[in-house]
Design a binder for this molecule. Sequence first.
Ligand code: ASP
Length: 310
Amino acid sequence: MTVTPRMITTWRFGAEACRVGYEILRTGGSALEAVERAANVTEEDPEVSSVGYGGLPNAEGVVELDAAIMDGASHRAGAVAAMTGIRKPISAARMVMERTPHVLLAGHNARRFALQNGFPDAELLTEKARSRWKAWLEERLAPDVAHFEEPDRRSLRDEKSHDTIGLCALDTSGNLAAGCTTSGLFGKTPGRVGDSPIIGSGLYVDNEIGAAAATGNGDEMMKVCLSYRVVMLMEMGRSPQQACEEAIRYLLRKRPHHQQHGAACIALSPTGEIGAAATREGFHPPDRAWIYAVSQEEEILVCEGVYVDP
Ligand code: ASP
């Protein structure tokens, strides 16, 4: 039986990726292929300052990328963390999944693995990202600014200082896949790894239950394995929407003093039902509304998700 395919991605900037992914699904491509190729679209867009090439760097001006992919059909997963100098990190993550017995490679060895597997050495820091980092550095060092607000906090709250493209896809064979790719938090401590390459935190998929992916402050979301929780709640009978809202509420309950950071998730069921929810704090419409993109028959809709209160 042919299943109606569906694709969902986080953020407005994910709309083009969603379109590309949906086209792959519509023409019979696999969910895994759709997730990878769709993620590549955002990774290669220098205008997206929180993913791949053109992403904002760590505190030392180095772009460190996190990415992961998970295949519902085989329950395999691959990821790279804190990887430098390689474009299309989700494709490197897929190679980790397909060419090694491991799930996650990190740091310079992730890069070495990618180089050995044919990825070219690349400069990820664009001029635009470099000047933003320089301005950030100057601001951070200025005592009168630092006096008013703790610098790390300010960078976390800055509208464009982070955001992951998270993706979930359902193909015509009824298989699900999920992916995540990001440059993480702008100005992060070198070596910091967020939720995105961590299976169960940034993404999770079980072909029989559903797929989920997350965006927001990974240091918070990792503490509750947010994506795993969404899928677990679906297993317990919640709809994808209920599961997303309940998982976010759980995070808010467990971390009552950290609500300003913001967390969001998307979900997709094997029947093509979707969910999307975010913390209210950290996502303030209209400037920083919680937006996702989803295929609806032949169209790509850009929608505002549900905000959850504690
Ligand atoms: N979750 C990502 C991280 O913490 C950032 C984001 O999605 O906004 O690295």
